[in-house]
Design a protein around this ligand. Structure first.
Ligand code: AMP
Ligand code: MG
Length: 419
């Protein structure tokens, strides 16, 4: 057996009707293939992109030994255990080196960043010296080499600093620029197409008829995808009918690396959506042991990977963050750990939970008398999108775990990060 099903079905413990979250992750990961295409960009434009080359310094950073402080550059051999008197031979500023060489008994006034004058090995900060006529008095107790930044202490010629697969953050742009590089090779952006399915969905700008809801999933998806820096193809609302769905799947899989749909995969849903997905490509339908977000489809249509997410607004966000986001990072070439870290924090209230599924309750991380605590946002229905809006984290209750008593530690996954 080949293809998606062949890859997935030989997984230990693979059960499409009661799939553990970790198994689902593993199954998806096994099927994904990293994007191959690359492009060269000016450094600024590479923010958030995945590096496709190794960065090996052609120069040392800093290029020269230089002063870390304002003060006097001296020869440590001239200093004694009593006060030492040196003659000021000149000045060195950042970008304006002292031209000469330091002779015995001489010092040079230096500013932070100034190239260390030839012969000097130590900087004495200006606050501790005394001027006595033309002489500079240096107190005892100076250490050889102090307050000097060595050439190459940040980056060394020939020693690789950034590896392919690194998602470039502000510090990385600065680091590349510090090497004098103006351009950098990165993976091209991933293209992600999405649409919502459902006869009950109304688009913004139309009046709601009885039984209709405004389509919010395309907006949360837009937000989550925009933050990941992928190219977005929004294909709108698609009715639950075969011709419309078929043409949307066709368009989506032609125009994107990944297709995301919402709705149409739940048990109560008209079966033809599932049948159609299965007809157009190789698509697996899973019942994942999780809450919210039990039903999900995963597979391939043409060259595109398909994530068929449930319709409920919170389930969409949870399944996106737990399965789609790490997959998009992986596909885009990012290396290393793609899951956000889990922090352990005491829960401030009792939580209901039964063993046998992973739960992603919406939480608020807060401080109480200087200690971190987490509580839920209250009502946890998978249609209550407000619970996501009010939350700043997921409380992740592991598969085996039962109910939580107030004060017990729980795992927390933060929504926001700094870099
Ligand atoms: P489904 O998975 O299609 O059965 O949908 C489950 C629930 O989610 C239903 O109550 C739908 O009305 C709701 N829902 C589905 N799609 C959307 C959407 N795009 N925006 C808001 N609610 C939706
Ligand atoms: Mg539906």
């Amino acid at each position: 057996m080949t293809g998606i099903l062949g890859t997935v079905s030989c997984l230990d413990g693979y059960d499409p009707d009661a799939l553990r979250v970790d198994k689902a992750r593993e199954a998806i990961r096994r099927c994904l293939e990293v994007l191959r295409e690359e492009e060269t960009l000016p450094v600024r434009d590479a923010l958030g992109r995945v590096l496709a080359q190794e960065i090996v310094p052609a120069i040392n950073v800093p290029a020269h030994d230089n002063s870390a402080m304002d003060g006097y550059a001296v020869r440590s051999a001239d200093l004694s255990s009593a006060e030492s008197f040196l003659t000021e031979a000149g000045t060195a500023l950042a970008g304006k080196p002292f031209g000469g060489k330091l002779g015995p008994g001489q010092c040079v006034r230096v500013m932070t960043g100034a190239v260390m004058p030839q012969g000097a090995d130590t900087v004495v900060i200006q606050e501790v010296v005394r001027k006595e006529g033309a002489q500079i008095a240096i107190p005892p107790g100076q250490k050889k080499g102090q307050n000097v930044r060595a050439a190459g202490e940040d980056l060394k010629v020939g020693v690789p600093v950034l590896k392919p697969g690194k998602r470039l953050r502000p510090a990385d742009l600065g680091l590349i620029a510090s090497l004098g590089m103006g351009k950098v090779r990165v993976k091209r952006k991933l293209r992600v197409a999405f649409f919502s399915t459902g006869d009950e969905l109304a688009s913004i700008g139309t009046a709601l008829k009885e039984g209709e809801v405004y389509d919010s999933n395309r907006y949360t998806l837009h937000g989550m995808l925009a933050r990941l820096g992928v190219e977005i193809v929004d294909l709108g609302v698609v009715r639950d009918n075969v011709p419309e769905l078929e043409s949307s799947f066709f368009k989506a899989s032609r125009s994107a690396d990944v297709v995301i749909t919402t709705g149409g995969v739940s048990v109560g849903e008209a079966d033809f959506v599932k049948q159609l997905m299965a007809k157009l490509g190789e698509v697996l339908f899973w019942k994942i042991a999780m809450r919210p977000g039990r039903p999900m489809a995963f597979g391939r249509i043409g060259d595109a990977f398909l994530f068929g997410l449930p319709g409920n607004p919170v389930a969409v966000m949870v399944t996106f963050y737990q399965f789609v986001r790490p997959s998009l990072l992986y596909l885009s070439g990012q290396a290393g750990d793609l899951e956000p870290p889990l922090l352990r924090v005491p829960c401030s209230e009792n939580l209901r939970k039964v063993p046998g599924r992973t739960e992603y309750q919406r939480g608020v991380l807060f401080t109480e008398r200087g200690e971190w605590r987490v509580r839920t946002t209250g009502q946890q229905g998978s249609g209550v999108l407000r619970s996501m809006s009010e939350a700043n984290c997921f409380i992740v209750l592991e598969h085996e775990r039962g109910k939580v008593a107030a004060g017990e530690p729980v795992s927390v996954q933060l929504f926001e990060g700094l870099a």
